[in-house]
Design a protein around this ligand. Structure first.
Ligand code: PLP
Length: 392
């Protein structure tokens, strides 16, 4: 007989959900929000976005009316059309009628893609450092995440492919390292997918955040027929509207039709009025965010230089607003380090362990939401804590 009370029995979670880990970055940032609400001044280097000055949207002059309601579950046609035109410039041909779904953020897009392709027990290759939701999403789809340590070259990914491998995730540019994949690496992944029958899930949520000297090449441009590529992307980072929950997914029409069913049952449609606003103001918003993106990418470059000057190594990367910094000789693990940094210096970063077991000697520093002066103060605190906690 169960030792649980009737209430405990009733609220007992499924093992699938019970075993899922919290998103460490979100958990940590909730703590930061609470500390701030209690009046603490926290230098916040832990948020997963850059803050932009954007005008508050006005909806009363939108051309289309009746926007308080559900809309087409593939996404508003004019936004799909605009996204198709945008991606044509990156050599990614997209049929707006059949090959794209606008989603309520890209997080659910990745989940729906995994749900659509995985059988229970199928493996998904996820190179570390990884965006922390990939493994949990694979598990929630009853798949098996195969985590590839950060020092394994892309060209060695084939070693991790088994008869159960179904997909490989490519996050380009990478959160948390800011790394941009080379053409040769992307071509290799596509060859691997072709020869081993894999799906490539290309998450390009930060593709506008690349410096001019590091050209971004869209994964989809290697696979114009969409044989195996599922591209997910988002308005959250590039347009600075993470709270609007608008993202999208580009894939083969056959797969899109499958994913559409999931979207219809889980979400119905992305926010209608916001999709309409984005379609009508697509270029205006980019004109506002692009100069600000350039500034934050430049700040990232400066901070990489500052870190190197004071002897803190970072994983290779030039894009996004993240740096993945080594804890050097500190004897703390990444959770202990992030916790003490917050408690003793009022500086928040995300512990590297969130991004894979091979990353526990690192922390993620985000420079997207603080002034250069406050970022520099945060960096000084990190150096200080590394020194204080290093072996003599
Ligand atoms: N992909 C990556 C790499 C991310 O860092 C994030 C958010 O932090 C997402 C996807 C999900 O973003 P959203 O659901 O806001 O589009």
């Amino acid at each position: 007989m169960s030792s649980l009370s009737p209430v405990e029995e009733a609220i007992r979670p499924s093992s699938l959900v019970d075993d899922a880990a919290q998103a460490l970055s979100i958990k940590h940032n909730n703590l930061v929000y609470e500390l701030r609400a209690a009046g603490h001044d926290i230098i916040t280097l832990s948020l997963g976005e850059a803050f932009f000055d954007l005008p508050t949207p006005r909806f009363d002059d939108l051309a289309q009316q009746g926007l308080h309601h559900y809309s087409h579950s593939r996404g508003l046609p004019q936004l799909r059309q605009r996204l198709a035109t945008y991606w044509a410039d990156y050599d990614v041909p997209v049929d707006p009628e059949r090959e794209i779904i606008v989603t309520a953020g890209s997080k659910i897009a990745i989940y729906m893609a995994l749900l659509a392709v995985l059988e229970p027990g199928d493996e998904v290759l996820i190179p570390e450092p990884f965006w922390l939701s990939y493994p949990e999403q694979v598990r929630l789809c009853r798949g098996v995440p195969v985590l590839v340590p950060h020092d394994v070259s892309v060209f060695d990914l084939g070693r991790y492919v088994t008869t159960r491998t179904r997909a490989v995730v490519i996050n380009n540019p990478n959160n948390p390292s800011g790394r941009v994949h080379t053409d040769a690496e992307l071509a290799f992944v596509h060859d691997l997918a072709d020869t081993r029958g894999l799906v490539v899930i290309a998450d390009e949520a930060y593709h506008e955040f690349v410096p001019p000297e590091t050209p971004f090449r869209a994964c989809g441009s290697f696979d114009p027929e969409l044989r195996h590529t599922i591209t997910v992307n988002s308005m959250s980072k590039n347009y600075g509207v993470s709270g609007w929950r608008v993202g999208y997914l580009i894939a083969h029409r056959g797969l899109i039709d499958q994913i559409l069913k999931i979207n219809q049952h889980l979400v119905t449609c992305a926010p209608t009025i916001l999709s309409c606003y984005l379609a009508e103001h697509f270029d205006d918003i980019l004109a506002i965010t692009r100069p600000q993106i350039r500034r934050v990418v430049e700040l990232r470059r400066e901070v990489a230089g500052q870190l190197s000057d004071i002897g803190i190594a970072t994983l290779p990367g030039s894009a996004t607003f993240y740096l993945f910094a080594s804890l050097g000789r500190s004897t703390l693990d990444s959770v202990q380090f992030a916790t003490r940094l917050l408690q003793e210096h009022s500086v928040s970063v995300v512990a590297g362990i969130a991004y894979g077991d091979s990353c526990d000697r690192h922390i993620r520093i985000s420079v997207g939401t603080e002034s250069p002066y406050r970022v520099a103060r945060g960096i000084a605190a990190i150096r200080n804590l590394i020194d204080v906690t290093s072996r003599p």
